[in-house]
Design a protein around this ligand. Structure first.
Ligand code: G4P
Length: 525
C-alpha cells in the first residue's frame, strides 16, 4: 500500500520517568542527535530546556513543573521519530496516561543511584495494561550508582517485566569508563567532560581480544566476567519478547554527558515497533488502511496567552491525513476541514499538508473537540482506551463573582473537555463538584479560569470517597437505587448516572445490597 514506506519509517514513543531521573536531558540529547537542536553540550542552558520541554502554560513556568505534554518530531537515519513527552508530576497522571494511549512504545528513564521510584512503577502499570513495549535507560552512571545486577533485579521485580541488558557499564561514578554495547558488539569509552557525540567507540566482536586492556586496563577482567555471566543468564536477545512487552532491553549511560544515548537510539530504530493497530468499539484499525482515521488524546490550551485558543492533538492511526480535506467529526456528526494543521518538529510548530500513521497533528480548535474524539473519512468509528478514572479528590466549585457566571460556566466546560478534571452535578443539590487525581489541578483550574476566562471561583469542601458510574439491565433496581440514594446521585458531563460514595463502607454496602447494579471505576464501560 502507498503509505507503507512512510509507516515503516515511523517510531512514536513516550519518555517517562520519576521526576529528576533525567527525562528532559535525554529528550534533549535525542533532539541533538536528530539535528533538531544544535547546541551540543549546552544542556544546562535554559534556552534549550525551555524549547525541549513544552513550556507553554504560564502556570508551568511559575511552578517549574512540567504540567504539559509536548510532542517533538525529528528525522534520524531516515526515520521519522515522534517523542511524546509526559508530565513527571504525579498530579498529572491522567495526562500522562492519555499520552501513553498515543504511543507505540516507551522509554523509561531510571536514576542509577535511586533505582526504580514510585512514579516509574505507576507509569509502568499503564504500559503493562496496554502491553506497550518498553526500553529502560539507566541514567547518571557518571555518578555513584547501584550495582548493575541489583538494578536489573529491581527493574525486573518492581516493574514486573523481564529484562535483557543490551549494554553493560564499566564501573560507575568517578571510575565510570564506559559501556560495552552488546547489541552492536563494541566498546564505548566515556571521557568525562568531553560530551562526545562520535568517535568514542571501538569495535570488539571478541571480548577476549587482549587489545581490550589497552583501552580499559584491568577493568577488562571484570568486564569479561560480567559479560560471560550476562550472556549465560540472558542468552540471545529476543526481539519478539520485547515487542510482546515481555522483556525490556536495558541500556546504561549518562544523558547529561551524552553518553550511551546514541547507542540506545540506534537500537531503538532497529527494534521499536512501527505504528500499531488500534482498537475501536467497532473493529481494529490498522495503520496500512487507505482511509484516514485518528483520535484526540490531548487538548492544549493557552498556547498563546493573548488568545484563548486550543490545540487538539490528534494521533493519526490509519491512512493519510491531508490539509483542507473534509473529515467526519464522529461525535458531532459534523464535517470539518482543517486549513492549518500543525506538526511539531522539535521546538517548532509548522503547518503541514499531510501526515501519516504514528504522526501527531495539531488542530486549531475553538471548542469542538473533546478528549477521545474520533475523526475519519466517514466511517463511524470510536477509538477505545481513553477512559477517565474515578477521581481521588473532590471539591464543590462555586462562583465567586456573580457578574461572571457565564464565563465561569464556559471555562469549566472547556477545561473539562481538555481533561483537566471531571465535573459532576449533584441531582438533589445541583451543586457542581470537581474531581481530580491530584491537588495541583484545583489550583490550575482556579488560575486558568481567572486568566483565560476572567472568572473567579472558590472551592468548598465535600466529604466524598469516590464517584462511581452505575449501570444496570435491571431497570427497576436502578430506579430504586437512584430514588433511595437521590442525595448521593449526580450526573457526569455526559449526563450519565454517578453514585457519590462518601466512604469505602457506603460503597461496599451499596454493592452488596444492589447486586444487579454494575459499579464502574472508569468512564469506559
Ligand atoms: P526530569 O526531566 O526527569 O525531571 O530530569 P532532568 O532531565 O531535568 O534532570 C534532572 C537533573 O539531573 C538535572 O540537574 C540534570 O542536569 C541532571 N542529570 C540528568 N542526566 C544526568 C546524568 O547523566 N548525570 C548527572 N550527573 N546528572 C544528570 P539539575 O541540577 O536538577 O537541573 P539543571 O540545573 O541541570 O537544569
Amino acid at each position: 500500500m502507498a503509505n507503507k514506506k512512510e509507516i515503516n519509517r515511523r517510531r512514536t514513543f513516550g519518555i517517562v520517568s520519576h521526576p529528576d531521573a533525567g527525562k528532559t536531558t535525554l529528550t534533549e540529547k535525542f533532539l541533538l542527535f536528530g539535528g533538531a537542536i544544535q547546541e551540543a553540550g549546552a544542556v544546562k542552558s535554559n534556552k534549550i530546556k525551555k524549547t525541549a520541554t513544552s513550556d507553554w502554560m504560564e502556570i508551568e513556568r511559575q511552578r517549574g513543573i512540567s504540567v504539559a505534554t509536548s510532542v517533538m518530531g525529528f528525522e534520524y537515519r531516515d526515520h521519522k521519530i515522534n517523542i511524546l513527552d509526559t508530565p513527571g508530576h504525579q498530579d498529572f497522571a491522567e495526562d500522562t496516561f492519555r499520552t501513553l494511549t498515543a504511543v507505540d512504545s516507551v522509554i523509561i528513564v531510571i536514576d542509577g543511584a535511586k533505582g526504580v521510584e514510585p512514579q516509574t512503577k505507576k507509569l509502568m502499570q499503564v504500559c503493562r495494561m496496554r502491553k506497550t513495549p518498553v526500553i529502560v535507560f539507566i541514567n547518571k552512571m557518571d555518578r555513584p550508582a547501584q550495582d548493575p545486577y541489583d538494578l536489573l533485579d529491581e527493574v525486573e521485580n518492581q516493574l514486573e517485566i523481564g529484562v535483557h541488558p543490551l549494554s553493560w557499564p564499566i564501573n560507575d561514578g568517578p571510575e565510570f569508563r564506559g559501556v560495552y554495547n552488546m547489541y552492536e558488539e563494541k566498546l564505548v569509552l566515556f571521557n568525562p567532560g568531553e560530551k562526545a557525540m562520535e568517535n568514542n567507540s571501538v569495535e570488539f566482536t571478541d571480548i577476549n581480544d587482549p587489545e581490550l586492556e589497552e583501552y580499559i586496563g584491568e577493568d577488562a577482567i571484570q568486564l569479561r566476567e560480567d559479560l560471560e555471566l550476562v550472556e549465560g543468564v540472558y542468552a540471545k536477545f529476543n526481539n519478539k519478547a520485547y515487542l510482546d512487552a515481555q522483556v525490556a532491553p536495558v541500556f546504561f549511560g549518562s544523558a547529561l554527558n551524552n553518553f550511551g544515548v546514541k547507542e540506545m537510539l540506534d537500537c531503538f530504530i532497529d527494534i521499536a515497533p512501527t505504528p500499531l493497530p488500534v482498537e475501536t468499539e467497532e473493529r481494529i484499525v490498522k495503520a496500512e488502511e487507505d482511509k484516514f482515521s485518528g483520535f484526540v488524546f490531548k487538548i492544549h490550551a493557552n498556547m498563546d496567552p493573548k488568545h484563548r485558543d486550543r490545540i487538539a492533538f490528534v494521533k493519526v492511526c490509519s491512512g493519510k491525513f491531508e490539509r483542507n480535506k473534509n473529515y467526519l467529526h464522529v461525535r458531532n456528526a459534523k464535517t470539518m476541514k482543517f486549513a492549518s494543521p500543525t506538526a511539531f518538529m522539535a521546538s517548532k510548530k509548522s503547518v503541514i499538508d499531510e501526515a501519516y500513521p504514528g504522526d501527531i497533528v495539531g488542530l486549531h480548535d475553538t471548542g469542538n473537540f473533546k478528549i477521545g474524539d474520533t475523526i475519519t473519512e466517514g466511517e463511524k468509528l470510536h477509538f477505545k482506551g481513553l477512559p477517565s478514572f474515578s477521581p481521588e479528590l473532590f471539591k464543590y466549585i462555586e462562583n465567586a463573582d456573580p457578574m461572571k457566571s457565564k464565563q465561569l460556566a464556559k471555562g469549566i466546560e472547556q477545561l473539562m473537555d481538555e481533561g483537566v478534571a471531571q465535573l459532576f452535578t449533584g441531582r438533589a443539590s445541583t451543586r457542581k463538584i470537581i474531581g481530580t487525581v491530584g491537588a495541583l489541578q484545583f489550583e490550575v483550574i482556579q488560575h486558568r479560569l481567572l486568566h483565560e476566562y476572567g472568572a473567579s471561583c472558590r472551592y468548598e469542601p465535600i466529604r466524598l470517597y469516590k464517584t462511581v458510574w452505575i449501570t444496570s439491565d435491571n431497570e427497576a433496581q436502578l430506579a430504586d437505587f437512584i430514588e433511595r440514594k437521590f442525595q448521593q446521585m449526580a450526573f457526569d458531563k455526559e449526563g450519565r448516572n454517578v453514585f457519590l460514595a462518601d466512604t469505602p463502607y457506603s460503597l461496599q454496602m451499596a454493592q452488596d445490597k444492589f447486586p444487579d447494579i454494575q459499579f464502574h471505576f472508569t468512564s469506559e464501560f
